[in-house]
Design a protein around this ligand. Structure first.
Ligand SMILES: NC(=O)c1ccc[n+]([C@@H]2O[C@H](COP(=O)([O-])OP(=O)(O)OC[C@H]3O[C@@H](n4cnc5c(N)ncnc54)[C@H](OP(=O)(O)O)[C@@H]3O)[C@@H](O)[C@H]2O)c1
Length: 280
């Protein structure tokens, strides 16, 4: 029986949902071996997440590396940073060819920002729009494309017909439904969703699947920022109420659902699936 060895790249893995997704991957993916590439700005935070994954009590062999000082908003440094990420991935792939070959390559595009939620759409300047899209869309496209090309070069389908590639965007309800004051965030998430929809079609014969996963309103720092900055009173009351009643979604519950979707692998490629969606 082949060992399931998954290579898992996560952006913004030092805290929040990214860190939670890494832990859930070890706990629920069913892989015997998981090799992580944790990407982000904060070396210490990434290393501490990797250390805690190493000491996980699950019967999973965990390996990994961090690629720190990667600011995905700085597109003038993007080529250099993509190269550093690709080198870290290549080292794991090369190593795996000597022993337990990578059977699945997963990219979780998790890092993201809110934009200024105090503003309505007509208040956004093109300059802040461009800066927002550089991080949330352009760097996402750059990393996704580099990852697919690198994976296909390393594991040509003629030689590795069973190797699977999965690209995830951590999405939002805002990708499919408009709410006031979320102009940049909604536009960015919608663009990412559609981009992965196109990849799903283009790569369907190449063992590549894509998934847009909306994790629900999470009980975390980003939600606290929403409550501090959102300009729309009606929504603010809803989020405040959810916070006070303890009904915000726990990060580990949501990341478990994501990993179980990936493990079951019955989702339609390119789909948008929300934490609250019924299992099909
Ligand atoms: N929180 C929610 O309720 C919610 C709901 C729906 C969707 N989401 C989505 O879930 C994903 C994760 O968000 P979260 O809730 O975990 O938010 P978070 O706690 O604010 O974490 C954001 C992550 O992105 C990283 N990041 C921010 N700016 C970056 C940059 N310029 N370059 C590289 N990394 C950067 C952060 O790293 P630093 O520590 O360096 O800042 C952090 O690791 C996001 O895509 C978000 O849109 C969240």
């Amino acid at each position: 029986m082949t060992t399931e060895h998954h290579l898992v790249v996560i952006t913004g893995a030092n805290r929040g949902f990214g860190a939670s997704a890494a832990h859930s991957y070890v706990a629920h993916s069913g892989a015997q071996k998981v090799s992580f590439v944790l990407v982000g700005r904060n070396q210490e935070g990434l290393q501490s997440v990797l250390d805690s994954l190493h000491s996980s009590k699950h019967q999973v062999q965990v390996k990994g590396t961090v690629v720190a000082d990667v600011d995905l908003a700085q597109v003038d440094q993007l080529d250099e940073n993509l190269l550093r990420i690709e080198e870290a991935i290549s080292a794991i792939r090369a190593d795996s060819l000597q022993s337990q070959v990578v059977t699945k390559s997963v990219l979780i595009n998790n890092a993201g920002s809110l934009g200024d939620l105090s503003k309505t759409a007509k208040e956004f300047s093109w300059q802040e729009t461009r800066a927002y899209m550089d991080f949330n869309v352009a760097s996402f496209v750059g990393l996704t494309s580099t990852f697919i090309k690198g994976t296909q070069a390393a594991f040509p389908k003629e030689q590795f017909p069973n190797h699977k590639t999965v690209i995830v965007s951590i999405s939002s309800l805002l990708a499919v439904q408009a709410f006031s004051n979320w102009g940049l965030y909604a536009a960015g998430k919608a663009a990412r969703d559609r981009f992965l929809g196109v990849i799903a079609l283009e790569e369907k014969d190449n063992n590549v699947k894509t998934l847009n996963y909306a994790p629900g309103p999470l009980d975390n720092e980003m939600q606290a920022d929403v409550r501090r900055t959102l300009g729309d009173k009606e929504q603010l009351e809803i989020y405040d109420g959810m916070h006070k009643s303890g009904s915000l979604v726990k990060m580990d519950d949501s990341s478990r659902k994501l990993v179980l979707l990936l493990t079951k692998d019955t989702f339609e490629s390119g789909a948008h699936i929300d934490f609250y969606d019924e299992e099909k």
